[in-house]
Design a protein around this ligand. Structure first.
Ligand SMILES: C[S@@+](CC[C@H](N)C(=O)[O-])C[C@H]1O[C@@H](n2cnc3c(N)ncnc32)[C@H](O)[C@@H]1O
Length: 238
């Protein structure tokens, strides 16, 4: 009971801070804390923000990328404008949205991917956790071919089955892959961030992370699998 009170008190204080500082969401502080520790976004970076609504991480990305930077946010929901950021409304696993995202970067490579993506929750914890990991795997499949050598990637993941497998699949693609829980998210017991630094594309096998991840699940998630495979083919063809 006392723990629950403390958690909700902490959540409320981050919310208040977000309101006072002009950030749209308290989640903005998670990215600020991640950035302060790992320095993922550099001045002048092209940043892709996946799952950007309402725009807190996009606001923070614009601040760290500076005047020479460029930020593209993608979400199912429309975001209010942020100076220095272009928003795309669409499903990141959808081919059309992926094409528009690539076009938004005008064929330039991405320096940093920040993803706070989480699916609509069904209330069935283990199913939600699997869907969330599959979504994250789809984001890796879509964006890794666009990420420059030395580029960075941060994504939210929910603890549970499949995490170790995902990390094992991602590790060869970066010099360093770590789990990190920023203070602003410590009240959410299952949420953790995967910090991937220094993309090493020459070590990529070209295999789809989602397809590999799905080998540990039953084949009931065919729909997500198929969508991502389409996106993956698009990038192989590019
Ligand atoms: C926790 S919120 C992101 C908050 C955001 N980082 C901020 O600071 O304002 C997660 C977002 O992921 C988005 N999302 C979920 N599935 C998606 C998908 N397939 N494509 C694009 N966005 C998605 C949701 O619409 C939701 O807005």
């Amino acid at each position: 009971m006392a723990d629950r009170w403390a958690d909700s008190h902490r959540r409320d204080s981050w919310r208040k801070m977000a309101k006072n500082s002009g950030y749209r969401a308290r989640s903005a502080f998670k990215l600020i804390q991640i950035q302060k520790k790992f320095n993922l976004i550099r001045e002048g970076d092209n940043v892709l923000d996946v799952g950007s609504h309402p725009g807190g991480w996009s606001q923070v990305s614009v601040e760290f990328a500076g005047d020479d930077g460029y930020v593209v946010g993608v979400d199912l929901e429309p975001c209010e404008p942020v100076d220095g950021c272009v928003f795309i409304v669409g499903d990141i696993t959808d081919l059309e949205t992926q094409k528009r995202t690539i076009e938004a970067f005008s064929d330039s490579m991405i320096n940093t991917v920040v993803s706070d993506i989480s699916p609509n929750l069904t209330g069935n914890w283990s199913r939600d956790q699997i869907i969330s990991l599959q979504l994250v795997a789809s984001v890796f499949d879509f964006s890794l071919p666009l990420l420059c050598p030395g580029g960075n990637f941060v994504t939210k993941i929910f603890q549970g089955e499949g995490i170790e497998k995902l990390i094992q699949l991602v590790k060869p693609r970066f010099s360093s892959v770590k789990r990190y829980s920023p203070e602003a998210s410590r009240n959410s017991s299952s949420e953790v961030y995967l910090i991937c630094k220094n993309h090493v594309p020459w070590k990529n096998t070209g295999a789809s992370i989602l397809s590999e991840l799905n080998t540990i699940y039953n084949s009931e998630e065919e729909e997500v699998n198929e969508k991502s495979a389409i996106g993956f083919r698009l990038h192989k063809a590019k």
